[in-house]
Design a protein around this ligand. Sequence first.
Ligand code: SF4
Length: 328
Amino acid sequence: MTKNPLLSVNQLKTYFYLDRNRVAKAVDDVSFSVSPGETVAIVGESGSGKSITALSIMQLIDKPGKVIDGTIHLQDTEISKLSSKEMTKLRGNEIAMIFQEPMTALNPVFTIGNQITEMLKKHKKMEKKPAQIEAINLLKTVGISRAEEVIHEYPHQLSGGMRQRVMIAMAISCNPKLLIADEPTTALDVTIQAQILDLMVEMKEKFNMALLLITHDLGIVSEYADRIIVMYGGQIVEEAPTKELLRTTEHPYTKGLLESLPNIKEDVDRLGTIRGTVPPAYNLPNGCRFYDRCPFAMEKCEHTNPPLYQLTNNHAVRCHLHEKEGTE
Ligand code: SF4
């Protein structure tokens, strides 16, 4: 855990009670922290638990899901204990979140200007006129040059990249300490993806926020994140500062993710893939959750799920191959 973290998540468990016999352990004993101003990426395939971790932090888990254990602190506030009313106040003010598809967060029947000004009136208690001026300023801050026109437009009139810029404008409007972005660029063209990530990092620096990026794309975040957390089967399997993780990758799953990235110097035919799929959260293996897909699997791996071994101060890996050099 980081010293004086902004966000600290401790032993978080979020389960989904699908029916009498099936419990999906979507997030299963996850602990990590984010420092003020830091960019941390949580990386994993679909079904790894990364998005459920983010939604758990925001208290946005719906039935049949439930946070059943663990604590979440934003500095000294234990947000996992806040009432839904207190949490609504905190969302938007202290923590903001943007999603993969802005259309799900934007209201299609109101103009962009209306949605931003309503937010400013609600969270910053601004009067209508100053809120309208601030909405235009915010749109300009996120690189929308024709902001005076865009405030009169509806979400469907904008491109995906523009809608995500609007979401970022709304997210930063109340100066949050932490911005959580769940697959913010997945629905966008490759050229726009980099622009949006560049914009988020620029805003993070300008407004002194920390950034928690949730993504399946290790390639993209390796350019932006200070630290990477790799999740698999609802658990953290590797965590390290980005440079160290790329230089000394230790977990077979992280190695597989890296090998499956296109390398412009290599022939694309030589791209690696990780065989198989992520196990369903309601039917996890007893042993290592990566056992079925791991090229290094040993007998022990079938029956015993490894602990997260601490290799150095800031590099941890959940794999029996590191039993001797790591501490639990
Ligand atoms: Fe592979 Fe075993 Fe390590 Fe799991 S514990 S990642 S199966 S070597």
